[in-house]
Design a protein. Sequence first.
Length: 279
Amino acid sequence: MVAAKANLILDSFNLMGYDALGIGDDDLSLGKEFLIELSKKARFPFLSANLLNTETGKPIFQPYLIKEILGVKVGIFSLLSPDTFAGPQDPRLKGLTVQNPVETAQRVARELNSNADLVILLSHQGYPKDVEMAQTVPGIHLIFGGHTGMHLANPPVIKETVILQTTMKGMYAARMDLAFIGKENGFANIAMKRSLENNISNLRLRESGKEVSQAEKDRNQRIIGDIERSIKQLEGKNQFSNTILPLGMDVQEIPDIVKIVEAFKSKFPEPEKSASPKP
C-alpha cells in the first residue's frame, strides 16, 4: 500500500507540472533502491546535492539544475540534513551518506552563481538550519524550506536570503511573486513597505488632530523621517510578495488526479471506524 501511495503521489506531481523535487527523509522510507526506481517515472528531476551512495561516493540523484524562466536563469539545488534522521543506524540511511549541508551549499552556491541569475535551495533541514544557512552561506537567494512546517506568511529576509515555508501535510499552498532586477540587488518584502507607508499615513492623520501638542508633532515628524529613510533603503531591491492559501474543499480538483486517487481508494479502502462504546 505504501509503495502504491508513493506512485500515486508521483503521478499527481507529474500532472501538476513540477519543475523539481528535493529529497526529504521520509522519501527514503522504502529505501534508496525504491526511490531510484520511482525517480525514473518522474517527468522532472529528483534533486539532492549531499545525498551520496556510500559504496561509490557519488550522488544518488542530480545535485542541481539550471532552468531559464522568462529570460532568467534559475539555479535550483537541494539539501537534506542528517539531523532529520533518528541517527546513523536509521534504516532509511542504509547504503547512504549525507554530506555536511553547509559545506555542500558553499560549493554548489558558488558554482551556480557563476552560471545562473537566481539561486534557489530546496531545503529539507528544518527552519533553524535554514536560518543558519542564510547567515553563513552567501549566494543563496531563496530557500524553500521543509521538515518543520513553519507557517511563514511574512517570510524573513536574512542578509540577502529570503526564507519561505508553509505548514506541512498539504494544508496550504503558497505563491511567491517576485519582481526580479538582479541577484546583487537584495530583496524586499512588499508587505513591509506597505506597512511602513501605512504607519506614515496614520501619523500624519494624527497630526491633523486639534488636540495634538507641538512637542508630539515634532516627535511624529522625527518618526516619519526615520520611516521614510527605511522605505528609501528598500528602493532598487528585488521586491516580492507571498500569499498562502488554504487548500479546502473549494479548491478545484484536477480531474486526472481525482481518477487515480479514487482508484487507489478502491484498491485500499480505509478500515471502517468502530462505533464508540456507550458510557
